[in-house]
Design a protein around this ligand. Structure first.
Ligand code: PEP
Ligand code: MG
Length: 571
């Protein structure tokens, strides 16, 4: 066999799990194939620019409509940002200026985009750096319209899309044909593309190392084992058959799991727990309840404040929160007050420039420093609570004094609440290591806790959660992380408070029995996992989970902990 036909394995970071098998469709950057033609006249080059801008605007509008239908108005806002970038006067004037210097329009777009990309890439803000992908998307569309090369897909065969980076609009365009999986050699883990892929449930892996897109054989077969972040090119007949079989099994398993949508979340011994969902907008709330969620365990309200130039008004927020409560129809909805800062920036908010934004003014700290916006959100939440059982929790709480300050702000608002309407249940996230040792003090202020294992793991292991080079060290299977979760769960129980987990640990099937065994009563996760969680927990008793948890916290290494968890789930 020729070496080129040997199976070749590549490793990346999982974004959404699943097995995908299919022919590769590789998107190579358009820039490489740019025509090197002679300059016509300034007027002609400008005319071509205007025509391409108009064509691009029309396409973006169509994609925006499609996104709104497929995924909801909130996701479609991304394309509003594209529209704004496309018609940004500074960007267009830059291109016109280059044309004025005798540069052909395609090259002018390329060079001005390059300049803007450089500025954005050097920004210290992760949010701005990730907008680079949006800008590249807009410029590639412009160039495609200029060189009138339509890279549209004709086939209806399901494909595995491989690219350097993929802008949200490309994802929307390519998802017109069935997408089995998405592989990116770059790709921001918190980018809009990642958020869209998760909400569409497409197996995807980002930041795949050593994959040369130019050497990829178009339409060659590949296997994507997204859960393990693994891509295999030229898989060979045996692996291909194996993966196809696994994918079919997975499909059957998913279909069979559908019966669990309408069942109660009960363990084999009839112990009841709650399987809830994490959401960021109304379309995700709808998806959660379509999948039978017991409630919303984490509504990341900060996403309602993004991709716009001013915060949503009190009435706008009220309508959004009321809509979530309406669809929940009596099931609890836990809204987290805006958790801005760290990697989540909002341009119109007063945010200091910091060397270590994850250790800086974020979460509740930032809300307390932006009192006007915070008070508006609290007022909207209190008013919304008149329509249903609302739970409100605060992110990144460091001290009880902060909670005291919040409840001082809330006092007059709560006094105005319509008599006889449901009381709000108050809670806080456990994300900061020192929180673990202050459960009794915090319990005087809140009725429930929710563990943010993403941040808790990052702070316990001192590994930036955005740094792909540290993923191996910041594993939630580290004995230190597992023991911390077990320890805090014991204390929450002693204090008679409720405990949920809404970080990514709650989306890892291997960790579910450990969490329930530790005393967690609610897990909140991606909506597509709800039925699988319910089926899994119906096979276990609380006693079995407790015994497992006791063994796992004694494990001396991640490998041992993982082995124990795997053995338990295999039965
Ligand atoms: C967490 O930190 O685990 C969490 C759920 O919050 P976020 O991921 O939004 O920071
Ligand atoms: Mg967090």
């Amino acid at each position: 066999m020729n070496a080129r036909n040997e199976p070749r394995r590549f490793q990346g970071t999982p974004v959404f799990p699943g097995i995908a098998v299919g022919p590769v469709l590789c998107l190579r950057p358009v820039a490489g194939s740019l025509a090197d033609r002679a300059f016509t006249t300034e007027a002609e080059e400008l005319r071509r620019l205007d025509a391409a801008v108009q064509a691009s605007e029309k396409q973006i509008l169509q994609i925006k409509d499609m996104a709104a239908r497929k995924m909801g108005a909130q996701e479609a806002m991304i394309f509003e940002a594209h529209q704004m970038m496309l018609t940004d006067p500074e960007y267009l004037d830059g291109i016109r200026g280059e044309i004025g210097q005798g540069v052909i329009v395609e090259k002018a777009v390329q060079s001005v985009t390059g300049m803007f990309v450089k500025i954005l890439s050097q920004s210290t803000s992760d949010y701005l750096r990730e907008r680079v992908a949006d800008l590249k998307d807009v410029s590639q569309r412009l160039i495609r319209n200029l060189v009138s090369s339509t890279a549209e897909l004709s086939s209806t065969e399901p494909i595995l899309l491989v690219a350097e980076d993929l802008a949200p609009s490309d994802l929307m365009a390519y998802s017109r044909q069935p997408l089995r999986g998405v592989v990116l050699t770059k790709g921001g883990l918190t980018s809009h593309t990642a958020i869209l892929l998760k909400s569409m449930g497409i197996p995807s892996v980002f930041q795949v190392k050593d994959l040369d897109l130019h050497a990829l054989t178009e339409s060659g077969m590949a296997v994507l084992e997204a859960r393990d972040g693994r891509l295999t090119l030229n898989p060979g007949a045996e692996l291909l058959a194996q993966a196809e079989e696994q994918a079919r099994e997975e499909e059957k398993r998913q279909a069979a799991l559908a019966v669990w949508k309408n069942k109660a979340s009960l363990m084999r011994d009839n112990n009841a727990v709650m399987v809830c969902s994490n959401v960021a907008n109304q379309s995700q709330v709808d998806l959660a309840f379509e999948n039978g969620a017991d409630g919303i365990g984490l509504y990341r309200t900060e996403f309602l404040f993004m991709d716009r130039s001013s915060p949503p008004s009190e009435d706008e927020q009220l309508r959004i929160y009321q809509q979530a409560l309406k669809v929940a129809a009596g099931r609890p909805v836990t809204l987290r007050t805006m958790d801005v800062g760290g990697d989540k920036e909002i341009s119109y908010l007063k945010m200091p420039k910091e060397d270590n934004p994850f250790l800086g003014v974020r979460g509740l700290r930032l809300s307390l420093q932006n009192r006007g916006i915070f008070e508006t959100q609290l007022r909207a939440l209190v008013r919304a609570s008149e329509s249903g059982p609302l739970e409100v929790m605060f992110p990144m709480v460091t001290t009880t004094q902060e909670l005291e300050e919040v409840f001082e702000i809330l006092k007059p608002m709560l006094a105005k609440k319509a008599p006889g309407t449901p009381a709000i249940k108050w809670g806080m996230m456990l994300e900061i290591p020192s929180n673990i040792f202050m459960i009794p003090e915090f319990s005087k202020w809140v009725q429930f806790f929710s563990v943010g294992t993403n941040d808790l793991t990052q702070y316990l292991t001192a590994c930036d959660r955005m740094n792909p080079n540290l993923h191996d060290l910041s594993d939630a299977y580290s004995p230190g992380v597992l023991r911390a979760v077990h320890y805090l769960a014991q204390d929450v129980r002693r204090c008679g408070r409720e405990l949920s987990v809404c970080g990514e640990m709650a989306s890892d099937p291997l960790l579910w029995p450990f969490l329930f065994g530790a005393g967690v009563q609610k897990i909140s996760q991606n909506a597509r996992l709800i039925t699988a969680s319910r089926e899994a927990l119906s096979r276990w008793t609380l006693e079995e989970c407790r015994a497992l948890t006791e063994r796992v916290i004694r494990a001396g290494s991640r490998e041992e902990a993982r082995r124990l968890l795997q053995e338990f789930s295999a039965f």
